[in-house]
Design a protein around this ligand. Structure first.
Ligand code: FES
Length: 154
């Protein structure tokens, strides 16, 4: 089955069943299927990419105004756990100040997702580290530049 093609209702239900059977909560599966925060922002103030040790990659786009994250999107090349964690991370980041966004923890995201398979817990780490890197780069460089780091340890 192609996990990226979940537009068909039948496919979505089949994917949901499969993920439920693997240990994902309904909430996490909703995040994975809806992908509300997936994508880019053409007027982003900060674009930051990070690749985890598993090889999965996230790319965050932040719109920042007066020290507050007005909007956030993320592109994810990764597993269902990575997609769900990334979507939840963007929901948590939106509306927060940059300092508050830096305080978002793995536990905060896990609380939103409710349940993930044991071997997918680390996917949350990648979302948190990518957000942290984006905010830190914005704070230290004033935003705009796009960066890549394929050797990061998360
Ligand atoms: Fe890499 Fe999920 S396996 S983030």
């Amino acid at each position: 089955m192609n996990y990226e093609d979940v537009s068909d209702v039948g496919d979505r239900e089949a994917v949901r069943e499969m993920l439920l059977g693997s240990g994902y909560s309904e909430k996490a599966i909703d995040y994975y299927l809806e992908r509300a925060n997936m994508g880019s922002l053409s007027d982003a103030d900060q674009v930051t990419e990070l690749t985890g040790p598993c090889g999965d990659t996230m790319k965050i786009y932040l719109k920042v105004e007066e020290g507050r994250i007005q909007d956030a999107r993320i592109q994810v090349l990764g597993c269902p756990g990575a997609v769900a964690a990334a979507m939840a991370a963007m929901d948590l980041a939106k509306g927060k100040t940059l300092e508050e966004a830096l305080e978002i923890t793995d536990r905060d995201i896990f609380r939103v997702l409710e349940e993930l398979p044991e071997q997918k817990i680390h996917c949350i780490r990648l979302a948190v580290k990518t957000l942290e890197k984006a905010v830190n780069e914005y704070l230290s460089e004033g935003g705009v530049k796009e960066t890549e780091d394929h050797h990061a340890t998360v």
